[in-house]
Design a protein. Structure first.
Length: 261
């Protein structure tokens, strides 16, 4: 099967060719060995591109799962045709870090401490700060045992690590709702609406910095957005183009935007 490029994802770039090959290998190995095959954790950009690649490769029997509902970092599991995709197969272990309630630990503290032990980022999924001395880290099973037996500190804070066995977790997203009026669905119109920059400065900003649209860098101010697109503007935040609520009397578009809080 041959991967067909789309407007945003270039399968001809060396790093993208490697990513396509990894997914193709999962598909072929799953069919060859009649068993599920898994990647390591993929980031948001890779998850988005993986779905497009799988569609173009004609693969439908797969599942993306990060250990909990709403997880940003996810593992791709490709299953043989006679096996229904199920999260119970995934090599993901939820690890509970317990520490004194008065200690304040952040996402970066856990990530830094674990990666300092030569754990690759793709072996770690989402890190959920539950509060009151509890944090859950989703880890690949190949590193989970080492974390359970060897990690007793995050920075200078003593921790106890165990397998999380509580209720199902969900990554909660907080948004700020924004209503805007734009002349079209062009990228420069959207960026001007969320930044307050003039059209000329917006165009220069896009050409100089690029804008991440669905986790792919876009440098064209005239790029047309679609409802549901995720747009990241460096220095201004991350947004979802949430919908169109009709037109004004001057035929401008009323749009809904969600800003990640």
């Amino acid at each position: 099967m041959k991967y067909t490029n789309n407007a945003c994802f270039s399968g001809n770039l060396p790093e993208n060719r490697l990513f396509v090959a990894r997914i193709r290998d999962c598909i072929e190995l799953s069919e060859k060995h009649h068993s599920p095959k898994f990647t390591f954790f993929l980031d948001e950009r890779q998850v988005f591109n993986a779905r497009e690649i799988l569609t173009d490769l004609g693969c439908e029997n797969y599942l993306l799962h990060g250990g909990c509902d709403g997880a940003k970092r996810q593992v791709l599991g490709v299953f043989p045709q006679y096996t229904d995709p199920d999260v119970s197969y995934f090599p993901i272990v939820p690890l509970l870090f317990s520490y004194r309630k008065q200690n304040i630990l952040q996402h970066k503290d856990f990530l830094g401490a674990l990666m300092s032990r030569q754990i690759n980022r793709d072996s770690l999924g989402d890190i959920l700060i539950l509060g009151e001395g509890s944090t859950v880290v989703f880890a690949y099973d190949t590193v989970a045992e080492m974390i359970l037996s060897d990690v007793d500190k995050i920075g200078s804070v003593g921790v106890k690590v165990s397998v999380y066995e509580g209720e199902n977790l969900t990554v909660q997203e907080n948004f700020i709702d924004i209503d805007a009026v734009v002349s079209s669905e062009r990228l420069d119109c959207f960026v001007a609406a969320v930044t307050g920059l003039s059209r000329e400065k917006t165009s220069d900003f896009i050409k100089s910095n690029g804008i991440d649209v669905n986790y792919t860098k876009i440098y064209s101010a005239s790029h047309t957005l679609a409802v549901g697109d995720t747009i990241t503007v460096r220095g201004y935040g991350k947004y979802i183009f949430d919908g169109i609520d009709g037109q004004t009397r001057k035929d401008r578009l009323r749009i809904r935007i969600k800003k990640y809080n």
